[in-house]
Design a protein around this ligand. Structure first.
Ligand SMILES: Nc1ncnc2c1ncn2[C@@H]1O[C@H](COP(=O)(O)OP(=O)(O)OP(=O)(O)O)[C@@H](O)[C@H]1O
Length: 254
């Protein structure tokens, strides 16, 4: 997956806003890329370009060497708020992607059932989204995206609206799914701690127009399962990397 000199400009004349400025960024299959940066720096725009929602004004984005031409089932997207279909049951939401692809009823039920079990919502399959808590709704949104078997999952601040305890549980669940699936993840967050905890790489963006100002390999995604989340997050090396990333963001904002 590679961004090469990608710029995005919105509007015209004096209303022009440059959201991204010649962003180049590459990462391999199975990476977990966390993206952090000040508000309005273009993180969502970056994700929208990769999802195929937004065309770059210049530059190119390729996946597996092929230039992106639009949205695709190979790239699942999860937004901050679930964006679930309120008129469909939990099972109906989870089976939506396979249904759109024309999968057979049996395959739809199998795929949706598998992911509902993984995210712990199987017992709620006949309920409606409004009957679920915020954390459960986000788990459903993740299951719905995963039911498409995407090679890449793009997540835009997916845990931002959750309480601290639920958020940490969701981080652990996401990490477990990522580890077992071999999926590539692009994960946008305002939490530097979350970025360092989850990512194999932490990418830091400058204030608008967004540029990449730093990229840090992070080893912690690999050992959270064995050492426990609290132990990892209070580890000296973890705190040092978190402060380094935060320092770079604050430096750019000054
Ligand atoms: N469709 C659009 N039309 C015009 N301007 C836009 C559009 N989308 C984004 N922008 C502008 O581009 C800039 C980058 O926005 P973007 O949402 O990508 O930032 P962000 O880093 O995700 O912000 P936040 O962290 O606050 O969610 C902002 O100034 C925003 O106002």
């Amino acid at each position: 997956m590679a961004f090469t000199d990608v710029s995005v400009t919105f509007g015209q004349g004096k209303d022009t806003v440059q959201a991204l400025d010649r962003v180049s960024l590459g990462f391999g299959r199975g990476s977990f890329i966390s993206v952090v940066g000040p508000s309005g720096c273009g993180k969502t725009t970056l994700l929208h370009v990769l999802a195929g929602f937004q065309k770059p004004s210049s530059g190119r984005v390729t996946v597996g060497g092929t230039e992106i031409r639009g949205t695709g089932a190979d790239r699942g997207v999860v937004f901050q708020q679930g964006a679930l279909f309120p008129w469909m049951t939990v099972a109906g939401n989870a089976a939506f992607g396979p249904r759109m692809r024309g999968a057979s009823r049996r395959e739809r039920e199998e795929r949706a059932g598998h992911w509902l079990r993984v995210v712990g919502l199987w017992d709620f399959r006949d309920r409606y989204p409004y009957e679920l808590s915020g954390g459960m709704q986000q788990r459903l949104a993740i299951a719905r995206a995963l039911a498409n078997d995407p090679a890449m999952l793009l997540m835009d601040e997916p845990f931002g609206a959750l309480d601290a305890l639920t958020r940490e549980r969701m981080q652990e669940e996401l990490q477990a799914v990522w580890r077992s699936s071999g999926m590539t993840l692009l994960f946008i967050t305002h939490s530097v701690e979350e970025a360092v905890f989850l990512g194999t790489d932490v990418v830091v963006m400058s204030p608008r127009p967004g540029r990449i100002v730093g990229r840090f390999p992070s080893p912690f995604a690999q050992d959270a399962a064995t050492r426990g989340t609290r132990t990892v997050k209070s580890d000296q090396a973890f705190v040092a990397l978190r402060e380094q990333v935060l320092g770079l963001i604050l430096e750019g904002a000054a």
